[in-house]
Design a protein around this ligand. Structure first.
Ligand SMILES: Cc1ncc(COP(=O)(O)O)c(C=O)c1O
Length: 393
């Protein structure tokens, strides 16, 4: 991976920023190197009738500020705002819209996002067209006078479609639309969409950025002052903020993000190569494989791929897929991704169970699809686990 394989170069000093940035803010009490966990939810006001001040912890928290400043640096944006979950960060972006607005969303998308768009946003008068955003030329025909936002993931959940982010940003900006990209599957170490012209970059911090399966958090990054001001207002007044302790946990986790991502990446490729050549596997999707239809596009936008794979068993039904999953011993059957442990799940029954059948069909979410995430275990053990499970079906 990295530059010599045709990928974008890894960002300069990223690893150093992860380690050293959290010495801020400068404190006078002692010279500790970790950010303090500040739990106070009240703030002492300097003087009655004085200038306006921060009046409570929901509006500003020092531990949260350290984390947000760090994430903004890693995402190469001016600002980052954290929320109580990834879906909370996504909801904050949708809250930028008002009643009567319309947005375009890719048809392959995380089931929680499509559920929010289909079951919540219409209550606020916001409607969505689900379309194929990989087909850049067709996008203008779906843009309406009230369209305000283009939303996608890169790569997508669960079938790892790759978007042309520069192309999308050109279309969006020609039509004066905001472009938002969910970067969860790669983390800022492997892809920084803001550098490619994306206005709003979302990450479910719960996944790779925290990486230890013990925090739920989301973040929105932007360099646009007006969007930051509105998102900040939404963060403060909808109040879906993360707790100081969780902010501290993520500050600590980010110190190891680059080394964790390198391991996820190498194991993901090795398992994908093994499965791709197995007679009981129909197809494996991993954008780092030359067999992926958008491999070259992917390399031009990212520094590498994570441990996310979409694996299609050959000609099997739901029962056989269940049997395979139940036979795996190391891969935990669970939703989520990006932690230290390897996971498997069937999108059609779990992460995308409420996705309308029409969208499932278009996206290729079928009964023989297993979403796989490789963790940090020994790769030979992970391959051996699949080998013994495949022998059982
Ligand atoms: C791509 C993507 N975005 C957002 C989310 C939501 O994140 P959270 O669980 O932190 O709310 C998920 C959850 O699986 C996801 O896969």
């Amino acid at each position: 991976m990295g530059e010599k394989h045709g990928y974008l170069p890894f960002p300069k000093s990223f690893k150093t920023i992860c380690i050293h940035h959290t010495k801020e803010p400068k404190r006078e009490t002692c010279k500790e190197t970790m950010a303090p966990i500040v739990t106070s939810n009240i703030c002492r006001l300097e003087s009655a009738g004085g200038p306006s001040q921060v009046i409570k912890g929901r509006l500003l928290n020092p531990t949260r500020s350290v984390l947000e400043n760090l994430i903004a640096k890693l995402c190469k944006t001016k600002y980052a705002l954290t929320y109580a979950s990834g879906i909370g960060a996504i909801a904050a972006v949708f809250s930028l819209l008002k009643s009567g607005d319309h947005l375009l969303c890719n048809d392959d998308i995380y089931g929680g996002t499509s559920k929010t768009l289909i079951q919540v946003c219409p209550n606020f008068g916001i409607c969505t067209s689900f379309i194929d955003l990989t087909d850049l030329k067709s996008i203008p025909e779906y843009i309406r006078p009230n369209t305000k936002l283009i939303w996608t993931e890169n790569p997508t959940n669960p079938t790892l479609e790759v978007m042309d982010l520069c192309g999308l940003s050109k279309v969006a900006h020609e039509h004066k639309l905001m472009l938002a990209v969910d970067n969860t599957f790669l983390s800022p170490y492997l892809q920084r969409p803001a550098e490619l012209g994306v206005d709003l970059v979302v990450n479910s911090v719960t996944k790779y950025m925290n990486g230890h399966s013990d925090v739920i958090m989301g973040v929105v990054c932007t360099s646009r002052d007006n969007l930051y001001e509105r998102l900040k207002f939404i963060q403060q007044h909808f109040g879906h903020i993360p707790a100081p302790f969780d902010c501290y946990q993520v500050i600590r986790s980010l110190k190891t993000l680059p080394i964790r991502m390198m391991r996820h990446m190498s194991s993901g490729i090795k398992l994908a190569q093994y499965l791709e050549n197995h007679p009981k596997i129909e197809k494996v999707l991993n954008p780092a494989l030359p067999s992926h239809p958008q491999h070259d596009l992917f390399k031009s936008q990212a520094c590498g791929h994570s441990g996310m794979l979409a694996v299609y068993l050959k000609g099997t039904d739901l029962d056989t897929t269940h049997k395979l999953i139940d036979s795996l011993k190391l891969f935990v059957h669970a939703v989520s991704l990006g932690g230290y442990e390897s996971l498997v799940q069937m999108p059609t029954l779990l992460s995308h169970r409420d996705t309308p059948d029409k969208l499932k069909k278009i996206s290729g979410i079928t009964d023989n699809l297993i979403r796989v995430t490789t963790g940090l275990e020994n790769i030979d053990d992970l391959i051996a686990d699949w080998e013994q499970a495949l022998d059982k079906i």
